[in-house]
Ligand binder design. Structure first.
Ligand SMILES: Nc1ncnc2c1ncn2[C@@H]1O[C@H](COP(=O)(O)OP(=O)(O)OP(=O)(O)O)[C@@H](O)[C@H]1O
Ligand SMILES: [Mg+2]
Length: 483
């Protein structure tokens, strides 16, 4: 099985499997959503997988219907692959794996591009498959907040070695003791361990348990929400007026009369369900797609030809930015173009790319590709950074680094506009958040206002503590009163 997946070579060691298993019993879903489909539509893709297994047409029909309704993708079956959003592709890839009725399911960051509700549903489906059909699941993740609730064992890899293999409770407690790994802990468990509140429950704690525990100790605790300074006098850097966009003349209105402004030095995050038009909005704002109507003003003027020299756009799939053969060439080229006073070495250091200079950008891990693309963006020192799902593939430490870099960039007057499914990232690092739904966008508001009354679209800490500390969004927002 490994030999089938790996592009490299196994140097030594042996893979021992149950003798009754063959390659068809293993299914694998890659982290790279764009490379998996070989056929044009999800229906043809699923059909292709089953045709290869020699299934009858009747069985093919039944199995496609079953899996598509299970994953809620019936409406996507006949849509061309090029028209699927990132999250939609991720669901189709999972369907292609599950349709094989595997005994072992290998999932690489399966929810990284799903909206919070779709992500939760997908994990529930995987859990059901694990429990009801006795399928073994190995799931690889950076963000364990959701998935850990369904796991029996926690394994931790560091620099190619397995440094932990333990039942979940022990694994989480060990993670907390390790300074490199602390940030991987779920938010609610981190809160309780940081505050050192006594509990004899096993980790991971449920939101309900944490809510009760915090309530018991509420008099000795205080909420210290992140301070946000919204400078209403700042100049508008980008004005979007009554923007309308549809892909086809008779197709749905993907951007529906959308108007808003971005101010200099502020950060904006747009969240919302898969396929609601976030990427399309970003592409329309950045002139990659031409709107049917509406106006876009950059620093008070109609957008000029030099727009791309003044902004940077990180696409949902960063690999499409790369043009050179190696990481070093990619960085050097950008440095040459922008004539910044930063050095090649400093860029490698800042974006954790040391040792990868000679690697092809396409052979980097998902997170490294994301960081290389961000490096190219920061070198450019643009006035606006537009980032589409920048945290996918990033581990929690890298996410913090990215958040801090963005905040730093803002301090120098830069504006940040991001699409993200990562609610915690939005809550921690952004000034303004809005939700996109059916081509419309809500008003931008501060994270505390935005998340306060949300039921699903909010952080785990906010869900757990809404009765006691409704403004808290991350574990750092609650402290001991005496501190
Ligand atoms: N090239 C295209 N032609 C026609 N329709 C498209 C095309 N690209 C996207 N769409 C459709 O437009 C809608 C919005 O897609 P978009 O990629 O903007 O969503 P999104 O909000 O970014 O989703 P995600 O969160 O999954 O990334 C979707 O229903 C998608 O199927
Ligand atoms: Mg998108």
């Amino acid at each position: 099985m490994l030999a089938d997946l790996a592009v490299g070579k196994v140097l030594s060691g042996e893979l021992v499997t149950d003798l009754s298993l063959n390659n068809n019993n293993f299914a694998y879903v890659s982290q790279f959503v764009d490379n998996q489909m070989v056929m044009e539509t999800p229906r043809d893709e699923l059909k292709f997988v089953l045709d290869n297994q020699g299934c009858s047409q009747n069985e093919i029909q039944l199995r496609i219907t079953e899996i598509a309704s299970y994953l809620g993708i019936i409406d996507l079956l006949d849509i061309n692959e090029k028209r699927l959003s990132g999250g939609q592709k991720q669901l189709v890839n999972l369907a292609s794996a599950l349709i094989l009725k595997p005994k072992v399911l290998l999932l690489d960051e399966p929810t990284s591009q799903l909206d919070p509700i779709a992500a939760e549903k997908l994990l529930q489906v995987v859990h059901k498959i694990n429990e009801e059909l006795n399928v073994t699941v190995l799931l690889v993740e950076h963000e364990i907040d959701r998935a850990i609730r369904y796991a029996n064992r926690l394994l931790v890899m560091e620099e190619g070695s397995l440094i932990e293999d333990a039942p979940v409770d022990k694994g989480l407690r060990d993670i907390y003791q390790n300074p490199h790994l602390k940030n991987y802990l779920t938010q609610v468990d981190r809160l309780i361990l940081e505050l050192n509140l006594p509990t004899d429950q096993q980790l991971p704690l449920s939101n309900k348990e944490v809510g009760l525990l915090i309530n018991q100790h509420r008099t000795s605790l205080k909420s210290v929400p992140r301070k946000i300074l919204v400078d209403t006098t700042a100049e508008n850097i980008l004005e979007i007026k009554r923007l309308n966009f549809r892909f086809d003349f008779n197709g749905p209105q993907i951007i529906n009369n959308v108007s808003f402004e971005l101010k200099r030095g502020q950060s904006y995050c747009v969240i919302g369900p898969n396929g609601m038009g976030k990427t399309t909005l970003l592409k329309t704002m950045t002139q990659q797609l031409k709107p049917q109507s509406g106006k876009i003003l950059f620093a008070g003027h109609k957008v000029q030809n030099d727009f791309y020299q003044k902004v940077f756009v990180l696409p949902q799939n960063p690999a499409i930015l790369f043009m050179e053969d190696t990481v070093a060439e990619e960085i050097k080229y950008q440095l040459q173009l922008s004539r910044r006073d930063t050095t090649f070495e400093a860029v490698l250091e800042k974006f954790s790319l040391k040792g990868l200079e000679k690697t092809s950008p396409y052979d980097l891990s998902g997170g490294q590709q994301e960081f290389l693309a961000l490096a190219l963006g920061f070198i450019k020192n643009p006035q606006i950074l537009f980032l589409d799902e920048p945290t996918k593939g990033l581990d929690p430490n890298k996410k913090l680094e990215l958040g801090q870099m963005l905040n730093q960039f803002q301090k120098t007057g830069g504006t940040v506009f991001v699409n993200s499914h990562d609610l915690l990232f939005a809550a921690r690092f952004f000034d303004q958040i809005a939700m996109m739904f059916d081509g419309k966008i809500s008003q931008f508001t501060t994270p505390t206002v935005f998340f306060k009354d949300k039921f699903f679209y909010t952080t785990e800490i906010n869900k757990a503590l809404r009765e006691t500390f409704p403004l808290a969004l991350s574990w750092e927002d609650i402290k001991r009163s005496e501190s």
